[in-house]
Write a protein that binds this ligand. Structure first.
Ligand SMILES: *[C@@H]1O[C@H](CO)[C@@H](O)[C@H](O)[C@H]1NC(C)=O
Ligand SMILES: *[C@@H]1O[C@H](CO)[C@@H](O)[C@H](O)[C@H]1NC(C)=O
Ligand SMILES: *[C@@H]1O[C@H](CO)[C@@H](O)[C@H](O)[C@H]1NC(C)=O
Ligand SMILES: *[C@@H]1O[C@H](CO)[C@@H](O)[C@H](O)[C@H]1NC(C)=O
Ligand SMILES: *[C@@H]1O[C@H](CO)[C@@H](O)[C@H](O)[C@H]1NC(C)=O
Ligand SMILES: *[C@@H]1O[C@H](CO)[C@@H](O)[C@H](O)[C@H]1NC(C)=O
Ligand SMILES: *[C@@H]1O[C@H](CO)[C@@H](O)[C@H](O)[C@H]1NC(C)=O
Ligand SMILES: *[C@@H]1O[C@H](CO)[C@@H](O)[C@H](O)[C@H]1NC(C)=O
Ligand SMILES: *[C@@H]1O[C@H](CO)[C@@H](O)[C@H](O)[C@H]1NC(C)=O
Ligand SMILES: CC(=O)N[C@H]1CO[C@H](CO)[C@@H](O)[C@@H]1O
Length: 663
């Protein structure tokens, strides 16, 4: 829990010229007209609402008081009101922090997702950071030992909180602790009070409008010896799930009790997200003239809402892709207005809904991808049109797309049995027996032969993994989601090249050069083979360090000649030994860290079909562990990665960062 037992935060004096002498305290009841220093996607709404992030993915928003605060004592107090409105009712991402730090520039190298815009994988936990933060964290990240997905923590130089507690407040009236849901969308007030004499830091929270509870949520002894100029402000981030994150008002006093906020003046946060209602409530009991006017206004508004509801973007160049274009109205109807009940799942790129097309009664899966940048859109649509032409019985057929502002909808064939990972790693679905597993693997292999070699141009999938292998009603394995990874390569920041892949499936050379090849697809397929045979995920951060990576774990058994011991215990030994050996060895060959050693997919297919003998292949090289290969490839000895179910940012160096999605 604690980073170090010496509870010190060194905060160094930085020289700053432009300090307004009277900036000992300030109060913002709404931020209209304020000159906060904004950073990332943060913005101030005309009504004074400070929006740190909207619901776009993998973003950071920050806001700082425009001048550094010159601390000459360390007793300070601050209070602010925030609201978090998640994009999907149950999934908030990732949270808001209040920060005190000597430099704003420090955060330039910080990343989004679970790092909350404060740190990156290398800086997190570093004693020289000099960052003090209170986190309002809406995700549970095991690597930071987070207690849950709804907590408040005191962070000193690290996201591994010094102390934390589930978000709640003590009700003075009812004499009990009451849970607060950070992502409820409702305004919540937080108080942070530090007293230098007692070296006591209190963090207290309550729903807006409730008096400050006398019992703090967190009360802890800390030596926050702060001196010199410090920047105070907020940082918030989103990941593969996202929330609108707002600050409504903020008051600060560097040497005493902060002034109370004027609740009446605070801007209201937008109401919690709900799908547009078909019939707004409407009162009729109004005198005739007024009611006529109202009706006209209402019809006008309703018409506008109706137009906007189905609004989409079409550009001239899209005409050539006409046949693949769906109207938003049809997709809206197909999914009953993107109703939550129709949600099939959430992946790294967006939500997937089940739908029934009104025209044909055909069942489809509709993937909703947000994307703020226009960059690469045209290219991507062209790519989609190309993909619509790919036909193979082991590919999930892309039927078409639709485009709206900041949003892209992709329509696919519906796969009755969902994704392979739910069969392998959850108990909701029945266990797959060996022959079913082999059939799935062969299906995926033949789809890859088609993409790599048999189609008119080489198509690299880029994101082969168990959750992208979908099973149709007959439990045939069908590869889905091709090309989406490429879409995301067009990062929001043109100076960084982003490589998108999923941790555990990224070939070492891919981590280095960032350019996917058929070889990197073969690598991921090799990992998939091991995964299906061993029944474990490619990357399990909760295991002991030498077992975290599936390949390295398997390699140790391979070296001592006991590979059958790695077979999935759920098979209970019911498999064809020769086939199991073939698939395990072939998996090892395909996932070899050295690209040159990996076979082509056509060759893999021959091995799988028994048309080529897999004997004495160059296993000399199989002595290299994957972790060594990554380290070499990235020129870094500190490579480590960890992830939660939803998203991970694993590492970044000066020119590239690797963004990894899901498991
Ligand atoms: C801190 O500085 C403020 C003005 O900048 C001054 O009014 C106050 O007395 C100082 N406090 C201490 C403890 O030096
Ligand atoms: C991760 O997945 C497990 C089981 O699939 C689930 O219990 C847990 O809540 C998930 N964690 C997050 C952060 O979604
Ligand atoms: C309420 O929470 C506080 C702080 O987490 C704790 O110290 C206290 O014992 C709790 N009180 C009750 C009645 O549960
Ligand atoms: C912190 O809370 C305790 C009660 O738990 C209170 O006695 C103390 O005065 C508070 N300190 C500050 C600085 O608010
Ligand atoms: C608190 O930390 C400061 C800076 O390291 C140090 O000078 C001071 O002696 C510490 N106070 C106590 C009571 O430990
Ligand atoms: C800030 O704290 C100082 C020291 O306790 C106090 O004199 C001042 O009135 C406070 N400012 C406000 C606006 O409450
Ligand atoms: C595997 O399961 C399928 C469907 O339940 C069944 O038809 C097949 O015989 C099973 N194969 C083996 C080897 O048990
Ligand atoms: C790799 O590390 C070596 C020595 O640490 C350094 O000289 C070299 O520039 C690094 N290469 C890259 C690509 O970072
Ligand atoms: C992480 O952040 C620190 C501090 O801003 C920076 O010095 C370092 O270069 C960053 N590391 C990476 C890998 O971006
Ligand atoms: C194992 C499993 O869930 N099989 C299902 C696959 O989908 C078909 C069609 O929906 C079902 O009939 C099977 O039960």
């Amino acid at each position: 829990m604690a980073v170090s037992m010496s509870i010190l935060v060194y905060m160094v004096i930085i020289i700053s010229i432009a300090i307004a002498e009277n900036q000992n305290q300030f109060v913002y009841n709404g931020f209209h007209g304020s000159n906060l220093h904004l950073n990332g996607i943060a913005k101030i709404h005309p009504n004074g609402l400070l929006e740190l992030t909207d619901t776009s993915y993998q973003q950071i928003g920050r806001a700082f008081f425009p001048f550094p605060i010159k601390f000459n004592t360390s007793s300070f107090s601050t209070t602010f009101v925030f609201a978090i409105v998640p994009k999907l009712p149950e999934f908030g991402g990732h949270g808001i922090t209040f920060t005190i730090s000597p430099s704003i520039e420090f955060f330039n190298r910080a990343v989004a997702n679970q790092y909350l815009g404060l740190f990156n994988i290398t800086s997190n936990g570093h004693p020289t950071n000099r960052v003090f933060a209170i986190e309002l964290d809406t995700m549970k990240n095991p690597e930071f030992e987070d207690i849950d997905d709804n907590h408040v923590g005191i962070d000193i130089n690290s996201l591994q909180s010094y102390v934390s507690a589930p978000a709640s407040y003590y009700s003075d009236k009812e004499k009990e602790n009451k849970t607060l849901r950070l992502i409820s969308g409702k305004p919540i007030q937080l108080w942070i009070d530090y007293d230098e004499r007692d070296m006591l830091l209190n963090v207290t929270m309550a729903p807006l409008g409730t008096q400050k509870p006398w019992l703090p949520l967190l009360s802890t002894n800390l030596n926050l010896s702060m001196s010199g100029s410090m920047h105070v402000g907020f940082s918030a981030s989103t990941g593969a799930v996202a929330s609108d994150q707002y600050i409504l008002g903020w008051s600060f006093n560097k040497s005493g009790q902060s002034q109370s906020l004027d609740y009446a003046k605070l801007p209201p946060p937008p109401p919690p997200r709900s799908r547009p209602k078909a019939k707004p409530d409407f009162q009729v009991a109004v005198p005739s003239v007024i009611s006529c006017l109202l009706v006209i206004t209402f019809i006008g508004t309703a018409y506008k809402m109706w137009i906007r509801r189905y609004e989409e973007i079409r550009e001239d160049w899209e005409h050539e892709y006409g046949p693949h274009r769906f109207s938003y109205k049809d997709l809206y109807k197909a999914t009953k207005g993107f109703k939550e009940g129709e949600l099939l799942g959430i992946g790294g790129f967006g939500e997937v809904y089940r739908g029934v097309l009104p025209s044909s009664n055909e069942q489809v899966a509709i993937k909703r991808v947000s994307h703020s940048s226009k960059q690469g859109m045209k290219e991507f649509i062209a790519e989609i049109a190309t993909m619509g032409r790919l036909r193979h019985r082991n590919l999930v057929q892309l039927l078409g797309y639709c485009r709206r502002k900041g949003e892209l909808l992709l329509v696919y064939d519906f796969m009755a049995n969902g994704s392979l990972d739910t069969f392998l790693f959850t108990n909701e679905k029945m266990n797959l027996n060996w022959s079913q597993r082999v059939k799935i693997l062969k299906g995926v292999a033949s789809a890859l032969v088609y993409l790599h070699e048999d189609w008119e141009q080489v198509v690299i999938h880029r994101d082969i993994k168990a959750s992208n292998v979908l099973l149709d009603a007959q439990l045939n394995g069908r590869l889905g989601d091709f090309g989406l990874a490429k879409f995301y390569d067009h990062g929001s920041n043109p100076r960084t090249t982003r490589l998108v892949g999923t941790i555990g499936y990224i070939a070492p050379e891919l981590a280095r050069i960032g350019k996917p090849t058929t070889g990197s697809d073969v690598f991921a397929f090799g990992i998939l083979m091991l995964e299906i045979a061993c029944g474990r995920r490619p990357f399990e951060p909760e295991r002991s360090p030498e077992e975290v990576i599936l390949y390295d774990w398997f390699l140790e058994y391979w070296k001592i000649g006991l590979i059958l011991q790695t077979s999935d215990p759920r098979l209970e030994g019911n498999y064809v030994v020769e086939e199991m050996e073939l698939i395990l060895n072939l998996g090892l060959l395909c996932a070899n860290p050295t690209q040159e050693i990996r076979p082509s997919m056509r060759k893999v297919m021959q091995y799988l079909d028994g048309n080529a003998p897999l004997s004495n292949i160059f296993f000399d090289d199989a002595t290299n562990s994957l972790i060594t290969a990554y380290q070499r490839s990235l020129n870094s000895t500190s490579f480590q990665a960890s992830c939660d179910n939803i998203s991970i940012v694993s590492l970044s160096s000066s020119t590239e960062s690797i963004i990894c999605y899901g498991r």
